[in-house]
Design a protein. Structure first.
Length: 48
């Protein structure tokens, strides 16, 4: 939760990927952040 709130940096960030929603079949462009082996964030972030 700390990573999702911005309180702790992610262990891994993949930017500009295609994210598949396995429930709806939709594809979205975005970023994925992983922290402690779990997905902490999906979406897009402006460049810092």
């Amino acid at each position: 939760m700390e990573t999702a709130r911005g309180g702790r940096p992610a262990d891994l960030v993949v930017r500009g990927g295609t994210i598949a929603n396995v429930y709806s079949g939709e594809l979205h462009e975005g970023d994925v952040a992983v922290s402690a082996g779990r997905i902490a964030y999906l979406g897009t972030q402006p460049e810092a």
